[in-house]
Design a binder for this molecule. Structure first.
Ligand code: HEC
Ligand code: HEC
Length: 460
């Protein structure tokens, strides 16, 4: 089942297909599980419950939990502090008063009704003190991040997941360029960014002190927490991180595809054809990066191997940063990420996103250039056979890969469907593109059995 697909083109022998080594979570969950050997195992906690859907045991794990555990608290006390932290994190997530403008909450860009991606179709969201500033990236979903491994330049999957000896290349980390590993460190970015929430630790503290949940905050973090802006800010980050690890909210595994894998739903003919095209190495080959099968130990697929990959997404000329022709968002080599600056092999690579709940999104790719799944799948199918459909044409010449300076083109992926040239047949025809989109629509959480179509085919 594990597909090995060596990637020599980028000078980084990368092998796709590796699974979930939960970022931050796994180690802490282990610590917690050690509290009580009789507890539901680490598998369920990391979202790898073999029972797949709703039954996943809600064992949230976080720094809080570990700290509490290490402080000698009982299992019940640990769970209580996670419960408090989760409730606070949720309130903070929806609280616009944390922002400089007073108008922007985490939820403004990460809408729960849209898989925690934006409710609107803007390529990039508005923020800053006047709510007119923009960044350079589309807001991603916050679901299914529990399995993103910490960033590694050379990733080796564990032996029970695949071949440990193979270097899968740069992998993991949060945000499109993998620049932070923990939810708390991530939350710091939008809170302080001048084009997002534009706040400061002092403003955040003042807001929390004045909030209806101020007493609950004191109860969770200690009576004197508000004495220090830095301590309050850190506590806010911790609560947000804990909230983001609520299994039933952030990784419920309740899509139609999960029900299908569990033998509890049937896919329509179109969805089934789409799945086959998605998996077929000579057609979509999507599953080589967006894993669609369970892991060897039965964990549900995350629809990403979390690899950082360059696929040559066109420049989004609607973004204000791109008015400067010398500006490029090069992903892992900068400018947002700074530790890999000047390392040419990291230029143009972005983390492969999960495709779970992708049908709820309205802007796609790191720069939000496309606004329908049809456009995205067509890009994969025809990028190399009909580049004029995607890139600017000047004086009859197509300027392919116009958002990546030529010195980095060696980093571009050239596996199917990106192995063609003009005149070749696209990897997917019109009908097949539609089928793949139909399949992508089965990845949305909240599927209710019985809403399937008549022309269904049972899972094998
Ligand atoms: C103005 C819109 C906006 C707001 C407000 C916002 N975010 Fe984000 N969020 C983004 C964008 C854009 C990214 C991608 C950033 C990047 O790649 O550099 C992102 C990325 C993330 C990620 C990483 C997702 C991944 O796939 O790795 C997390 C987690 C996250 N945000 C949580 C939060 C939290 C918590 C808050 C509130 C404190 C918040 N966001 C507020 C726009 C926003
Ligand atoms: C070589 C690895 C690879 C393959 C193969 C691949 N993808 Fe992707 N996919 C990525 C990466 C990396 C991104 C993010 C690229 C970016 O934004 O620069 C992405 C982004 C996407 C997105 C946008 C998601 C979002 O949240 O914006 C969709 C949809 C998608 N892929 C679907 C597919 C489909 C369908 C196929 C097969 C036809 C496919 N992918 C094949 C790596 C891959």
């Amino acid at each position: 089942m594990a597909r090995v697909d060596a990637r020599r083109d980028a000078g980084l022998a990368t092998t796709r297909v590796r699974q979930a080594t939960a970022f931050a979570l796994a180690a802490m969950t282990l610590t917690l599980a050690a509290c009580d050997a009789g507890a539901p195992g680490t598998a369920a906690a990391a979202g790898t419950g073999a029972g797949v859907a709703a039954s996943a045991t809600p064992v949230a794990a976080s720094a809080v939990q570990v700290a509490a555990h290490e402080a000698g608290q009982s299992r019940a006390q640990v769970y209580e502090s996670v419960r408090q932290m989760t409730a606070l994190g949720k309130q903070l997530f929806f609280d616009a008063s944390l922002s400089g403008s007073g108008k922007l909450a985490c939820a403004s860009c990460h809408s729960p009704d849209h898989g925690f991606s934006p409710a609107n179709a803007l390529s990039v969201q508005l923020g800053g003190s006047d709510m007119h500033r923009t960044g350079m990236r589309a807001a991603p979903t916050l679901k299914y991040l529990q399995s993103v491994p910490a960033f590694a330049e050379h990733y080796h999957e564990s032996d029970d997941e695949g071949d440990e000896s193979v270097d899968a290349g740069p992998t993991g980390g949060l945000t499109w360029d993998g620049r932070v590993d923990r939810g708390g460190d991530q939350a710091r970015i939008p809170l302080l960014s001048s084009f997002e929430m534009g706040s400061t630790p002092a403003k955040v503290t003042a807001a929390v002190k004045a909030a209806p949940y101020a007493d609950a905050f004191r109860a969770a973090f200690g009576a004197h927490i508000f004495d220090s802006d830095d301590a309050t800010f850190k506590a806010v980050l911790q609560a947000l991180e804990t909230f983001e690890q609520t299994p039933e909210t952030f990784y419920p595994y309740t899509s139609k595809y999960d029900a299908y894998l569990a033998g509890k739903a049937q896919l329509t003919q179109a969805e089934l054809r789409g799945l086959q095209l998605f998996n077929d190495e000579k057609k979509g080959n999507c599953a080589s990066c967006h894993i669609s099968q369970r892991t060897l130990d039965g964990a549900p697929p995350q629809f990403s191997d979390f690899g950082l990959i360059a696929i040559g997404v066109p420049r989004n000329r609607a973004l204000s940063v791109n008015r400067d022709p010398r500006f490029y968002d090069l992903g892992a080599c900068g400018p947002e990420r700074t530790d890999l600056k000047g390392r040419a092999e990291f230029c143009g690579i972005f983390r492969t996103p999960t495709l779970r709940n992708v049908a709820l999104k309205k802007s796609f790719f790191h720069n939000g250039i496309y606004h329908s799944l049809d456009q995205v799948v067509r890009f994969y199918a025809e990028r190399d056979t009909n580049p004029e459909k995607f890139y600017p044409v000047t004086k009859g010449k197509v300027r392919k890969f116009d958002d990546l300076p030529q010195q980095y083109w060696a980093n571009l992926n050239t596996d199917p469907p990106f192995d063609r040239k003009p005149g070749d047949k696209p990897a997917l025809d019109e009908a097949e593109i539609k089928d793949v989109v139909a399949f992508l629509n089965t990845l949305t959480d909240g599927y209710k059995a019985g809403s399937g179509a008549a022309d269904s085919v049972a899972a094998k």
